[in-house]
Design a binder for this molecule. Structure first.
Ligand SMILES: [Zn+2]
Length: 298
């Protein structure tokens, strides 16, 4: 099977992870802009971070056979530094239209503060004006209220629900999101929060429409293989293979493919890796023999 992990922070992951992801069938990923565990103090660090999402990280994933897309946005945590946040928002137009950017994200609420709301609204207005998909991060505390408010504010800003993905859902929030007509994404964390078992039951109960599975793997305890692992568990527990394919591949492609940035035909064929390629004179290798796949005729 092939998989799409539409939420993973691969900048924090190693080349071992990328190799294992490709072996496990992950064909494509989305890396949304987020915070890095420690607040940034200067505008320039955001410029370089966004540049790496559309540049080096995209190249690095491709060197391991994975198509890399990203979402550009100011995360909710750093929206609370309002002086800097204002400057960062002004950067969004510079990066949002670059190749491989499939959404504005991940944006939304963390502690549900007024400053977070202002940054969220600003970015929703931007997305509406440019007809873009939005990826919303939901708070880990007070999640139900956070998601209800995320949906309500998105509606007020006139973001089309078909172009809104609410992430980090659980059993308590899924109905609100599906009823609103948005996409409901679930992050599968190892050992805690949403695990694969709970995801199996959600798909059984609600069916596969508009449900999306992702890993949100980052610099913390997380698992870059949680999408393929969850798919395997779904199949073992009797979920229809077509439904598994929808929630681990096609739904996310349909949601983010609305950006026009995803080459569906290219994703259908096996990846062709050429590790002799360079990005700004840099390669991913350290003297190893490059992997160079023969091009497969269609
Ligand atoms: Zn994230």
């Amino acid at each position: 099977m092939r998989f799409f992990d539409p939420h993973i922070h691969v900048t924090s992951r190693t080349t071992d992870d990328l190799e294992n992801m490709q072996k496990a069938g992950i064909r494509a990923i989305i890396e949304p802009a987020f915070w890095l565990g420690q607040p940034r103090t200067q505008l320039g660090t955001f410029v370089d971070y966004y540049s790496s999402l559309v540049g080096w990280e995209r190249f690095r994933a491709a060197q391991f056979g994975i198509a890399h897309y990203c979402a550009i946005g100011l995360n909710s945590k750093e929206a609370n530094n309002e002086g800097l946040a204002k400057e960062v928002l002004e950067l969004i137009p510079r990066f949002a239209f670059k190749e491989g950017v499939v959404a504005i994200g991940e944006i939304g609420y963390d502690e549900i503060t007024a400053a977070e709301e202002r940054a969220y609204q600003w970015q929703l207005d931007f997305a509406v004006k440019h007809d873009m998909v939005v990826m919303v991060h939901s708070p880990h505390r007070d999640k139900k209220n956070g998601i209800r408010r995320s949906l309500a504010v998105a509606k007020e800003c006139k973001q089309p629900m078909g172009k809104l993905v609410i992430d980090h859902n659980n059993e308590e929030t899924v109905e609100d999101v599906l009823e609103a007509g948005a996409w409901a994404a679930f992050t599968i964390y190892p050992h805690t929060k949403m695990g694969s078992e709970r995801m199996v039951e959600i798909v059984r109960k609600y069916g596969p429409e508009r449900l999306i599975v992702d890993s949100s793997a980052d610099w913390g305890v997380s698992d870059p293989l949680s999408v393929p692992k969850t798919a395997r568990m779904m199949l073992e527990r009797g979920i229809d293979a077509r439904h598994v394919e929808l929630v681990t591949w096609k739904n996310a492609l349909d949601a983010y493919g609305q950006s026009g940035q995803i080459d569906f035909a290219a994703l259908e064929s096996a990846p062709v890796v050429d590790q002799t390629q360079l990005f700004a004179d840099n390669s991913v290798l350290r003297g190893q023999k490059p992997r160079v796949d023969a091009a497969v005729p269609n």
